[in-house]
Design a protein around this ligand. Structure first.
Ligand code: NAD
Ligand code: DAU
Length: 332
């Protein structure tokens, strides 16, 4: 049994991880989350109070972070500003949280000698052509496109430097696009599902040919737990489940599963600097640590996700109008 500190544990992937840890281990969890617009305490509802505690605060608050590290065996760092479209609108919070926040945590890990796992993204590698047979590996050069992905790349490099220069016991994982319950309605899949639930046509950027490599959030969680338990210090692991789909194909599948004509969506203004394709080669994680994804059927996972949003309107309804007003102001 260990005492985990999970930063950003009231967000999408962090809360899925907390649910996973509670059901699969005996660990206790302290969540450190600022509860920005993207954090939601309801994502932790129903979890046992003797095993999960929420501390509301910032990862950039050095005193608070220091006090929490003093009572922690291992840290899993999810907290971030995570949305590319927001980073194009106002990059500053991305620097504050993703760079300064990660720096603050690394300094505490250095002082306390705490095991540290840093959550990152495949977007640090830039993008691939549609017909490129290559996929991202741990040795692909960094080439981020957006303010969001460049701050994530910067945070990864800070972790690597703190391992090499100060001996911090850290690992890094770079994962592809997640889907599943508790994802904010600003993101592609929940936005389109909740649009259809409200009788609004889904909105697809540009031509819709862009490809993302989808993985269920619960498979991301099992991979992170595997790395935390058996990963080699200083190592980077790519996480992916061979789930490449074009945005058009995803939206057509959502429409079909929700009983609508598959062409009942609109093409809207493209995202500036829009990455064309991501694709992950997770061979190292599979071969060296023996990890396997559980959700192999994207269509079935999508059907479960649609059912979750249909059943949990109270969780997302309060955010929907503001998100749509933001997109409407940009012609999206
Ligand atoms: P999210 O936006 O849903 O959640 C982020 C959480 O961090 C929120 O609860 C927010 O309140 C919290 N937070 C933000 N700033 C904070 C601060 N200064 N101090 C403490 N808490 C703060 O994001 P997500 O999609 O769950 O992503 C989580 C992590 O996973 C991020 O690091 C992201 O880069 C990474 N990632 C995401 C994906 C994806 O598909 N969503 C894929 C790969 C990696
Ligand atoms: O690859 C991992 C990344 O995946 C994470 O690092 C990010 O935190 C996460 O937000 C996600 O980034 P994307 O930009 O790929 O995700 P998003 O859900 O914003 O968009 C997915 C794709 O769908 C992308 O090609 C843009 C497109 N899109 C998005 C929205 C919101 C649309 O076509 N229409 C939309 O309304």
């Amino acid at each position: 049994m260990a005492r985990l500190l999970v930063t950003g544990g009231a967000g999408f992937i962090g809360s899925n991880f907390v649910h996973h840890v509670v059901s699969q281990t005996d660990h206790t969890v302290t969540v450190l989350d600022k509860l920005t617009y993207a954090g939601n305490r309801d994502s932790l509802a129903g979890l046992p109070e003797d095993r999960v505690r929420l501390v509301v605060g910032s990862i950039a608050d050095a005193d608070l972070v220091d006090a929490l590290f003093a009572e922690t065996d291992a840290v899993v760092h999810y907290a971030a500003e995570s949305h590319n479209d927001n980073s194009l609108n106002d990059p500053r919070p991305f620097l504050d949280t993703n760079i300064i926040g990660t720096y603050t945590l690394l300094e505490a890990a250095r002082r306390h000698g705490t095991r540290f796992h840093h959550i990152s993204t495949d977007e640090v590698y830039g993008d691939l052509d549609l017909d490129d047979p290559a996929r991202f590996t741990e040795s692909t050069p960094y080439n981020p496109s957006s303010p969001y992905s460049s701050t994530k790349a910067g945070s990864d490099l800070l972790v690597r430097a703190w391992v090499r220069s100060f001996g911090v016991r850290a690992t890094i994982s770079n994962c592809s696009n997640n889907y599943g319950p508790y994802q904010h309605v600003e993101k592609f899949i929940p936005r389109q599902i909740t649009n259809v639930l409200r009788g609004v046509r889904p909105k697809v950027y540009g031509t819709g040919e862009n490809v993302r490599d989808w993985i269920h959030a619960d498979d991301h969680s099992s991979a992170v737990l595997t790395i935390l338990e058996r990963g080699e210090i200083g190592q980077t692991y790519l996480i992916g489940a061979d789930g490449e789909e074009s945005n058009r194909r995803v939206v057509e599948t959502i429409l079909e599963l929700m009983g609508e004509p598959p062409d009942a969506y609109d093409l809207v203004a493209d995202r500036a600097g829009h990455d064309l394709r991501y694709a992950i080669d997770a061979t190292r994680l599979r071969r060296e640590l023996g990890w396997r994804p559980r959700f192999q059927d994207f269509r079935a996972g999508l059907a479960d996700t649609i059912a979750w949003y249909r059943d949990n309107e109270a969780w997302w309804a309060h955010a929907k109008d503001g998100v749509e007003a933001f997109y409407a102001s940009k012609g999206q």
